[in-house]
Design a protein around this ligand. Sequence first.
Ligand code: HPA
Length: 284
Amino acid sequence: MSNSFVDPLDNPVVRQNAATIREFTGGVDVKLAVTLGSGVGPLADALTDVKRLSYDKLAEFPRPTVSGHAGELIFGYLGKAPVILLKGREHHYERGNTKAMAVPLRSLKAAGVETILLTNAAGSLKHENAPGSIMLIDDHIFFSVNNPLTGEQGDNRFVDMSQAYDLDHQESLKAEAKALGITLPQGAYMWFPGPNFETPAEIRAAQVLGASAVGMSTAPETILARHCGLRVAGLSVITNLGAGMGKTDLSHEQTVRVAAQATENMKKLVTAFAQKFAAIAAAA
Ligand code: HPA
C-alpha cells in the first residue's frame, strides 16, 4: 500500500473560517493561540487592543454549555505579542464528542497560528502540587475508545505522540516560570471523560499509571492539534487534590473559585511565554 497524506486543512469550512479569522485580526500574523480553561478566562484581562469575535460568526465552532465558558475568539496583545485566545471549548462530557475542537484548531492553523497553548483546571495527584499552583503538562494519558481522529483518512492519521508537548515550549515555560519565581512542577495529565469527578479508586489507579494530574479536557485537543501540525504547550491550574486525597468536597464551583487564585501567576507566565515566543518568531 502506498503512503497517503490527507490534509486536514483541505476543507472548505476550515478555509472559510481561516479567512474570517484573518479578517478579524486585520491581517496581523498571529502565531500563538491560547485556550482558556475553567476559571482561566480572566487571562483575557491581560490583553491590550482587544477585539472579540463570537463563535457564532465561525462555522462549526462549539456552543459551550458550561458556566464559566463563553464562546468567543479574543484577539489582542500580551505585551508586544499578538495572540488569539479561545474562550470556550467543548468537552467530551457535553455531547460525547471528542472531535468538537477539530474545526476550530484546524481553522487557527490555516489562519497562520503555529502553536496552541492549552490551559485547563485539573485535580492534582501529588500532595506537593497543591491547589492554586500551576503544573506544566509534559505528556498525557488518554485511555478512551472515543478518539478524536476516528474516521480520519490518510496515513498521517497515525500521529506520532512521542513528543506531543513541544520540548522547546516546555523549556521556555520552565525558564520563564523560574525568572518569575513561580514554582512549575511538570507531569502527565490523565484524561477522564467526566462530567462526574473521579472516584478515589480511579485516582489511585491514575497515580499507579504515572499521572500527576487529572482532568476532562486538553488531551483530545492535543491529538487534534498534532494531527494538523500545530505545536502544543499545556498548563494545568491545580484546583484540588484528586478525590480521596483531600478533605474538601469537589464541585465545579470550587474548580472555578480556586482557578481564580492562580490567575495572576497564569497571566504573568503566559505573558512571558508569549513575549519569548514572539521574539523567537521575529528572529526566525
Ligand atoms: N478531576 C477532573 N477534572 C477536574 C478536577 C478533578 O479533580 N479538578 C478540576 N478539573
